[in-house]
Ligand binder design. Structure first.
Ligand code: ADP
Ligand code: MG
Length: 333
C-alpha cells in the first residue's frame, strides 16, 4: 500500500484543520490547494499549490494532472460548491489511483438542495421545517394558517449563511423574491441549534463517530462559540437520517431542538467549520481517514468524548515572505 498523500482542495482559512491532518498523517503527506496564494491554510501543509477557481472549465482536469504529477493518493474538498463535480469525476480520479473522499453525486445533490432535503425528510418521517419553494405556495400556506411569521428566507442552494434572513412580514418576503431567484421560505425553528460532526467509515459504511455541540454564537456562517453535549436522541436521529443515503466520510449536520423535538435543518457532506471543537474533545476524523486510506476499517466509538467543554474561536496570523508568496503564485498549476 502506498503511503497516503492527501490533497485538500479549497483549503481557504481552515488552517487548524490542515494542521490536524499534518499531525495525524504521520507517515503520509498533506498538500493543500487554493486559487489564492493568500489562503492561510496553504502554509500549514507539507506542500501547497495554487489552482484555478473551482468554476474554471478545466478545474477538474487541472486537479487530475496535479494529482498525477505529485503522486497524490486521496483528495478532500472543504467547501460545498465543488463536491458534486468531484463526486461526478470520482471514477476518473480512481483510474489514476486517487480516492476522492466524497459522498456519491446524488447524495451531494440532495444535501445541496434545501427543498429536496425537505421533501426527503417528509418522506422519511424526519422532522424538518416546513419549506416552500415558490412565493405562491408560501402565500397559500399563509392563507391556510399552515405557517406564520417570522419565517426564514434563503437560497435553495445556499451555503455559508449567505443571503439568509429572518423575515417578519409578507411585503418583506415579496421584496426578497422580487430581488433574487431560487429562494425558499422556511418555518422559523425556535430552539437551540446543534452542530453535529459525523464520520461514516469509507470502507464499512458504518457511522463511527458522532460529536454534538450546542451552538452558542455564530459568526460569518460558522460556529464561533459552542459547548459539547452528549445526547442519545441525537445519535439515534443521525443513524436514522443516514440510512440508505450513501453519505460517507466527514459530514456536518445542523439540528434544532424545538421543545424536545429534533428537527434536521441540513447536512453538509464535508468537514464543518466547527470541527476543531470535536477534534479538541478527542474525536479524531483525520486519524480515521488515514486508517481508511491505509485499507483499515475504524470501529464505531459513538459518544466517546468530553462533555461540557466550551469552544471559542479566535484570531491568529501567519506571515509569508514576498519570496514565498511569489513562489506560490509562480507555481500555479
Ligand atoms: N428555519 C430556520 N429557523 C431558525 N434558524 C434558521 C432557519 N434557517 C436558517 N437558520 C439560521 O441560519 C443559519 C444558516 O442557515 P442554513 O440553512 O444552515 O444555510 P447555509 O447552508 O447557508 O448554512 C442556520 O445555521 C441557522 O442559525
Ligand atoms: Mg448551515
Amino acid at each position: 500500500m502506498r503511503r497516503p498523500h492527501l490533497l485538500i482542495t479549497s483549503a481557504g482559512r481552515r488552517a487548524k484543520l490542515v494542521e490536524y491532518f499534518v499531525r495525524e498523517f504521520k507517515d503520509g503527506q498533506v498538500s493543500a490547494a487554493d486559487c489564492s496564494p493568500l489562503a492561510p491554510a496553504l502554509y500549514m501543509a507539507h506542500h501547497h499549490y495554487i489552482v484555478p477557481e473551482i468554476t474554471h472549465p478545466d478545474y477538474i482536469d487541472h486537479l487530475l494532472e496535479l494529482c498525477q504529477q505529485q503522486q497524490v493518493t486521496a483528495l478532500l474538498s472543504l467547501i460545498d460548491p465543488e463536491l458534486e463535480s468531484l463526486a461526478a469525476a470520482h471514477d476518473r480520479f480512481e483510474t489514476i489511483g486517487v480516492t476522492v473522499v466524497v459522498s456519491p453525486q446524488e447524495a451531494c445533490a440532495l444535501c445541496f438542495d434545501k427543498y429536496a432535503m425537505y421533501t426527503h425528510c417528509v418522506g422519511q418521517g424526519i422532522a424538518h421545517a416546513k419549506t416552500y419553494h415558490t412565493l405562491a405556495a408560501f402565500q397559500e400556506a399563509l392563507a391556510l394558517q399552515e405557517i406564520d411569521f417570522p419565517v426564514f428566507v434563503k437560497p435553495r442552494n445556499g451555503s455559508a449563511s449567505i443571503a439568509v434572513s429572518r423575515v417578519g412580514s409578507l411585503p418583506e418576503v415579496e421584496h426578497l423574491f422580487d430581488q433574487s431567484e431560487g429562494l425558499i421560505v422556511q418555518e422559523f425553528l425556535d430552539g437551540p441549534e446543534l452542530g453535529v460532526d459525523v464520520y461514516v467509515d469509507l470502507l464499512s459504511q458504518e457511522v463511527t463517530s458522532i460529536f454534538i455541540k450546542e451552538k452558542l454564537v455564530m459568526r460569518a456562517g460558522e460556529t464561533d462559540k459552542s459547548r459539547s453535549v452528549v445526547r442519545a436522541d441525537v445519535f439515534e436521529l443521525v443513524e436514522h437520517v443516514l440510512e440508505g443515503t450513501g453519505l460517507v466520510g466527514p459530514l456536518d449536520f445542523d439540528v434544532f431542538d424545538v421543545d424536545g423535538t429534533l428537527y434536521l435543518s441540513e447536512i453538509n457532506p464535508r468537514f464543518g467549520g466547527g470541527y476543531p471543537h470535536a477534534y479538541e474533545c478527542g474525536v479524531n476524523f483525520p486519524a480515521q481517514l488515514y486508517q481508511n486510506l491505509q485499507g483499515h476499517i475504524n470501529r464505531p466509538a459513538i459518544g466517546q468524548y468530553q462533555e461540557n467543554r466550551y469552544m471559542m474561536k479566535h484570531d491568529t496570523v501567519t506571515l509569508v515572505s514576498a519570496a514565498q508568496f511569489e513562489q506560490s503564485n509562480h507555481n500555479k498549476t
